[in-house]
Design a protein around this ligand. Structure first.
Ligand SMILES: [Zn+2]
Length: 91
């Protein structure tokens, strides 16, 4: 929801555009959202996530993709070294 709100409000690159926007009610009836008439749909960054699967699923399709944060990469790597019984001298 927050990512969609940002995407819907990025202005275009046209210097002659007035970048007009308007408010519209949410379909859910829980409020409203601001929508820019000219949207820059080229914005598709990567998003850094932890190992939270619902977050990963939520950003697929609307962003370029997820990147696992370094902490969780190293934590998973360490857990696998332990699970595979890799001797300490090879770590
Ligand atoms: Zn514009």
């Amino acid at each position: 929801m927050a990512i969609e709100a940002i995407k819907k409000n990025i202005p275009c690159n046209n210097t002659l555009c007035q970048h007009k926007w308007y408010y519209e009610d949410l379909i859910s009836g829980n409020g409203f959202q601001r929508v820019r008439e000219c949207q820059n749909n080229q914005w598709k960054p990567y998003a850094m996530i932890d190992k939270h699967r619902p977050s990963k699923l939520a950003i697929q399709g609307i962003l370029r993709g997820p990147i696992l944060c370094w902490f969780h990469i190293m934590k998973t790597y360490s857990e696998n070294l332990n699970n595979w019984n890799i001797p300490l001298q090879f770590r």
